[in-house]
Write a protein that binds this ligand. Sequence first.
Ligand SMILES: Nc1ncnc2c1ncn2[C@@H]1O[C@H](COP(=O)(O)OP(=O)(O)O)[C@@H](O)[C@H]1O
Ligand SMILES: [Mg+2]
Length: 363
Amino acid sequence: MYAIAFLDIHKERYPSLVSRFAENFVSDINIGLIVIDQSFHIVEISSLACKLLNVSKNEVVNKSIDEVFFDVPDEHRIVQRTLLNGITVKNQAIAWSSNQQKFDLLVDSNIIRDETGHIVGAYVIFKDVTNLRSLEQQVRQSDRLATIGQIAAGTAHEIRNPLTSIKGFLQILKTVLVKNQLNNEIEYTDIMLSEIERINKLVNEILLLSKPKDVIYQALDINTVLKQLYPIIQNEGLLHGIEVNYDLTESLPLVIADSELLKQVFLNVSKNGIEAMSEGGILNISTKIDEENKRVEIAIHDNGPGIPNYIADKIFEPFFTTKPTGTGLGLSICQKIIHDLGGSIRVSTKGFGTTFQISLPFH
Ligand SMILES: Nc1ncnc2c1ncn2[C@@H]1O[C@H](COP(=O)(O)OP(=O)(O)O)[C@@H](O)[C@H]1O
Ligand SMILES: [Mg+2]
């Protein structure tokens, strides 16, 4: 109100300044703005609105909203026809995509009246809150991981110690059963031992989520870390009839990290890739330098079936798994380790398989 009164008073004295301000405002402001007249035609549109809607200003000014949004169903339009009847919105969240990019928008709209109170048009203002939304999701995710970490630290050891003695005594029991050739009972103990192994695996993975005490951050050559891991990954591949290929870029800049934790990440992601493929698949591990963003990029590619769209944003959640004996912790551990280093881990899945792209900053 105050600003408008100010503009009114000064309009008389500085008419060109006011109109220039309005012009600059519309082109500079980091807000989507669309002004329409009472016949539902666009009168003014801000640069950001053009960008988000993927149109150019010249092509839409003086055009009717129906014409501009002809391919968008009515209820999904940013400018609603009911607006001119006085149905306004505040802070309405709208999901919008253009140019294959997804945006989260927060929309306000209202009508414009003349001095006599007649509706002469309306405006819609929207803000791109996509970053905010993904930030919120990240915070929620790391909150959950922190909680799991706390529970883990408190209970994992308490589970592991009794398990160790149960396992030890079972093994003794089994030798007695073997001696007496009690084949049925031997089979039961085998099942019990493999179930204990499963609990152990789960507890070990949970323990990794609570930060280990002896993390050693040092300058590392990622290629060296990967080379040390080669025999393990290759062996894992052999077990599944999978070929493992390395394609490393020489002389990588050094990255500050803990080598054991990084191995954990590369191994987890590689294992997932191997497990996703059937016999005869190829796992490709490559490194390269992104000079511009000062990052070392590690890509782990498999030619398995890919990750269906509807689960793609769940795979990093703790305990999400599609495997009968999976723990669903592998990728959430990887994500935590990589985020702690200021890096990122992304997945892209196309017709020809899945690529996990890990990017780590260097200085
Ligand atoms: N390379 C991949 N190809 C296909 N699906 C994958 C791949 N990597 C991960 N996934 C999916 O992500 C899920 C979670 O992985 P992860 O956190 O490692 O847990 P787990 O391996 O115990 O299931 C897997 O169950 C699988 O559905
Ligand atoms: Mg896994």
